[in-house]
Design a protein around this ligand. Structure first.
Ligand code: UD1
Ligand code: MG
Length: 448
């Protein structure tokens, strides 16, 4: 393939989203829309990437750099149309010669293969190429005007005649062009149209006037669905989830009710993983072979090693590292903690900023008290430790290997290996007290 660069247009405000967040920062499949586009583009390793944003979109710029570390950011001061947006990327592409691919930041389902196909349509004979699709409902899209099979113009809906509006071959908005041609024709685009904007699509007519052939390639409509509304965002989410569920099944995971499991774009599953109904995977989760995730668990930023059992109703938060054969049971929350091989926390516990050594057992109701209102502190529990039910471990605190913590203890000081720590009120027993108490109450009731 020729050298190629990518421009991603992302300056749109997305008014119809009714949101304070820029449109391209909205998420589907646990990943921002711009993240999806750049992740796919990244597979092709472009020589250069420029993301066009609007003033005040610093978060979108850093999100873009998370997916494409060497991306340049261009700022379009005022929204004046897609051609104007592309021209703002020019300074960042000085000295680049080859194919330039223009993508939209709000069209997240585009695949790397389709991008490649479009980029490869740019040749010496056809230095400009348009990605088109057959629309089930063409309303709102630019239409491709063909004469004897050759593309002669793209007409925006607002500028189209009634006959032209009947055409169902539509512009995806993605184009690829030879860099020399693009920079030569771009300044000749005028804004004498219904919207008063500089339309990138006018490149086609300008090229045709010079007898330059314009290629068009066709992709599936599903790849070029754009996001303008929250409804469309939900539609994209559904398409992505269907894809991720399929990939999980094909990769060798058992999903008992696939339609109830939600993945992120980067969820990694080993083989023979079993996932029960109603499980949500947030970003950055890896699950090892033969692990089981039981119903109603919520997992993000966690690694789960081979053979572990998580849930039902478990919550794993960022930094949870669940070791081999570990059991994390119902209503257990784990955050930034390493749980070593074979350890168990089966019921109702909070483990945060901690290490739990191999084979240790954390009783029901155990809490690592990691926060003092200002700072976080760590709890270090050795191997083969038994923590009785309802223990409060006030961090920073260290519990040595093989120690026992009595139920109901509030542990504020380190416990040496193999010791018993008990820190709770003494039990008092008064023989016959309950009988006397009931008799007294009954007598009073009679007297009333
Ligand atoms: C555009 C195409 C249309 C195509 C449709 C596909 C043009 C003139 N029209 O129309 O043929 O069928 O996409 O969805 O290109 N943007 C900027 N700066 C601007 C204007 C737009 O960055 O000044 C960005 C937007 O954020 C968006 C993309 O460019 O990501 C497309 O802009 P949009 O206004 O949605 O174009 P459409 O009217 O949908
Ligand atoms: Mg649009």
């Amino acid at each position: 393939m020729r050298d190629f660069a990518i421009i991603v247009l992302a300056a749109g405000q997305g008014t119809r989203m009714r949101s304070s967040l820029p449109k391209v920062m909205h998420k589907a499949g646990g990943r921002s829309l711009i993240g999806h586009v750049l992740a796919a583009a990244g597979e092709l390793a472009p020589q250069r990437t420029v993301v066009v944003t609007a003033p005040g979109m610093e978060d979108a710029a850093s999100e873009a750099r998370r997916f494409m570390t060497d991306a340049s950011i261009a700022i379009q001061e005022k929204r004046q149309g897609t051609a104007h947006a592309v021209s703002t990327a020019k300074p960042a592409l000085l000295g680049f010669n080859g194919t330039i691919l223009v993508l939209y930041g709000d069209v997240p389902l585009i695949s790397a293969e389709t991008m490649k196909m479009l980029a490869e349509s740019v040749t010496v004979a056809t230095p400009l190429a348009v990605l088109a699709f057959k629309a089930a409902d063409p309303t709102g899209y630019g239409r491709l005007i063909l004469k004897s099979g050759r593309l002669t113009a793209i007409r925006e809906e607002l500028d189209a005649t009634a006959t032209e509006r009947k055409i169902d071959l539509c512009n995806s908005g993605f184009i690829a062009a030879d860099s020399d041609l693009l920079w030569r024709l771009l300044p000749r685009i005028r804004n004498n149209n219904a919207k008063g904007e500089y339309y990138l699509t006018d490149l086609v007519e300008l090229a045709v006037e010079e007898k330059i052939a314009v290629a068009h390639t066709i992709c599936a409509e599903a790849e070029v669905h754009g996001v303008n509304t929250r409804g469309q965002l939900a539609g994209i989410e559904a398409l992505l989830q269907a894809k991720y569920r399929n990939a999980a099944l094909e990769g060798g995971a058992t999903l008992i009710a696939p339609e109830t499991v939600f993945f992120s774009a980067d969820t990694k599953l080993g083989s023979d993983v079993v996932i029960e109904p109603h499980v949500v995977f947030g970003p950055e989760v890896t699950v090892g072979d033969n692990a089981t995730i039981l119903a109603f668990s919520h997992i993000e930023g966690a690694t789960i090693a081979e053979g572990a059992r998580v849930g039902p109703f478990a919550r794993l938060r960022p930094g949870a590292q669940i070791g081999e054969d570990v059991h994390i049971g119902n209503f257990v929350e784990v955050k930034k903690a390493v749980i070593e091989k074979g350890a168990k926390a089966n019921h109702l516990a909070y483990i945060g900023d901690a290490r739990i050594g191999a084979k240790s057992n954390i009783g029901a109701g155990t809490i690592t008290c990691n926060y003092d209102g200002f700072e976080k502190h760590t709890t270090d529990i050795g191997r083969d430790v038994f923590v009785g039910s309802n223990a409060a471990l006030v961090a920073p605190v260290k519990i040595g290997d093989g120690a026992n913590i009595a139920a109901g203890s509030v542990i504020t000081r380190d416990v040496p290996p193999d010791a018993l720590a008990i820190a709770r009120g003494q039990q008092a027993v008064r023989e016959g007290w309950s009988t006397r108490y009931r008799a007294m109450k009954r007598n009073r009731a009679k007297g009333e």
